[in-house]
Design a protein around this ligand. Structure first.
Ligand SMILES: *Cc1c(COP(=O)(O)O)cnc(C)c1O
Length: 482
């Protein structure tokens, strides 16, 4: 495909404005005066802008769009990331000029609608998480973790308890958890999981102590299991004087059903851009809202509603109030679903994952962890690789030929040939059946003709780029000829 610069032809394009002759307003006798720009401000040569016709331009962008794949193109079961359909009506609401044409420094009485949005978000999401207060400043999940762990740090310091240098993180955690703990100046203490994917209680008991600042945990965890010992886990940490952090990036398995606050957690973050109706991905604006219990409230960043922060506040973590339109979408989403709808979304997410897991097991795939899963599950393809040489990567690449986005690969790290599926609550039974049929067919191909899987994908524009190079050294700049 040609770049827009290669399509460019000097002089081509739609010239709407005639230089200098444009009239002022509707009066044809008045011309815009030629500006007298000092030479020092003038550029030496014209900018290298592509010159193309409107047709070329539209076709260029449409061609780019056709080459991308999103949740509006097909099934996208990316685990640990909730790539679900987000209702379009919430996009329309977020585009209303009353919400977009405002400024954070506007007088308070002119933005009471926006204040209402924040107070509703706080009310609904504190209700869903079982927390006492919430900040909407953090712009992403990892940013929320950073904020939440700073709250834990401020809490211990406010009590003169300076010995608490360690944060405990299970080995099944999302990579951002240990990264956050390290960023906040803590030592990361990793503990192992049991064979069925739970926190190893003995391993936890062995590491807690007067140096424990806290524990970071996802429940259900990144292997899709709900830790049934959760009350015991949070008690062990609390008894040692530590606090408990809940990574609620993907709350869609438990929202409306179980609350982190009731599980014994003191602070949590939510990814509004995964679970609450803002599309996730592409680095777009997000919101890692952080909720906390009463004991951590004094340390919160400046309040979302413009109140003065307390003297013990950790300070601002982002300018103004955070990404407002993301919060707005979450409120619109929650208002349309209502209490029972939120619960039903969670139940359907879990049902869909279990339905797929069972069908895949029947097709001959091996789940990394047996039994009921929550909103996602992990397949372990180590056995298949040993038998046929076909790896998790080969299976993922084969899925592309069937118009399905691959699931998360090689994560969590504790499963070596991992494929992690999260169908989400928004997919129909027919879509799940089709995807399972595709997976069964790929398994058959893997056994009968492994070479075909190694060579997949056969029908996409890009096949197998060097993934490390593509991620670390992307070429995003057009090299103009001399
Ligand atoms: C996505 C995710 C995060 C990080 O969220 P970002 O918005 O990408 O920073 C943290 N924890 C879990 C479990 C996640 O799935």
């Amino acid at each position: 495909m040609k770049t827009i610069f290669e399509l460019s032809k000097p002089g081509r394009g739609n010239k709407v404005l005639t230089p200098y002759k444009t009239t002022v307003g509707l009066d044809p006798t008045k011309e815009v005066p030629k500006a007298d720009i000092p030479a020092s401000f003038k550029r030496a040569s014209a900018p290298r802008l592509p010159e193309v016709s409107e047709n070329d331009l539209s076709r260029h962008y449409n061609a780019l769009a056709r080459r991308s794949f999103g949740v509006c193109d097909g099934f996208y079961p990316l685990g640990s990331c909730t790539m679900k359909y987000n209702p379009k009506v919430n996009e329309s609401i977020a585009a209303l000029s009353g919400f977009t044409d405002i400024h954070p420094l506007q007088p308070k009485h002119t933005v009471s609608g926006c204040e209402t949005v924040y107070s509703l978000a706080r009310k609904y999401l504190c209700g869903i998480t079982g927390m006492d207060d919430m900040t909407f400043q953090p712009a992403a999940g990892a940013h929320g973790e950073f904020t939440g762990v700073l709250l834990i740090k401020a809490y211990h310091e406010s009590r003169g308890d300076h010995a608490r240098k360690k944060i405990i993180v299970p080995d099944s955690a999302h990579g951002t958890n240990p990264a956050t703990a390290a960023m906040c100046g803590f030592e990361v203490c990793s503990i192992t999981s049991t064979a069925d994917g739970m926190v190893d209680l003995d391993a936890l008991r062995a590491v807690v102590g007067p140096d424990t600042a806290g524990l970071m945990l996802t429940n259900p965890n990144t292997v899709g299991k709900f830790d049934k010992n959760i009350l015991e886990i949070t008690k062990i940490v609390h008894d040692a004087g530590g606090l408990c952090y809940y990574d609620g990036a993907n709350l869609n398995a438990v929202m409306g059903v179980a609350r982190p606050g009731d599980m014994g957690f003191d602070v949590c973050h939510l990814n509004l851009h995964k679970t609450f109706s803002t599309p996730h991905g592409g680095g777009g604006p997000g919101s890692g809202a952080v909720g906390c219990k009463e004991i951590l409230k004094p340390f919160l960043p400046a309040s979302t509603l413009g109140e003065e922060p307390s003297a013990q506040s950790i300070g601002q973590v982002k300018m103004f109030y955070g990404n407002f339109l993301v919060v707005l979408r979450a409120v619109a989403y929650l208002m349309t679903l209502g209490n029972s709808g939120v619960r039903e979304a969670a139940q359907t997410a879990v049902l869909n994952a279990n339905y797929m897991k069972k069908k895949m097991e029947e097709a001959g795939y091996i789940a990394a962890y047996p039994g009921i899963c929550m909103h996602e599950f992990v397949l372990d393809l180590a056995e298949l690789k040993k038998e046929t040489g076909v790896s998790a990567l080969d299976v993922a690449k084969s899925m592309l030929d069937h118009g399905i986005h691959p699931p998360t690969m090689y994560f969590p790290l504790i499963v070596h040939e991992a494929l992690m599926f999260e169908p989400t609550e928004t997919e129909s039974r027919e879509t799940l059946d089709e995807a399972c049929a595709v997976m069964a067919e790929i398994l058959k191909t893997a056994k009968e003709d492994p070479a075909a899987c190694h060579a997949a994908p056969h029908h996409t524009v890009i096949g197998r780029p060097d993934e490390t190079k593509a991620a670390r050294h992307p070429v995003v700049r057009y090299e103009f000829g001399a």
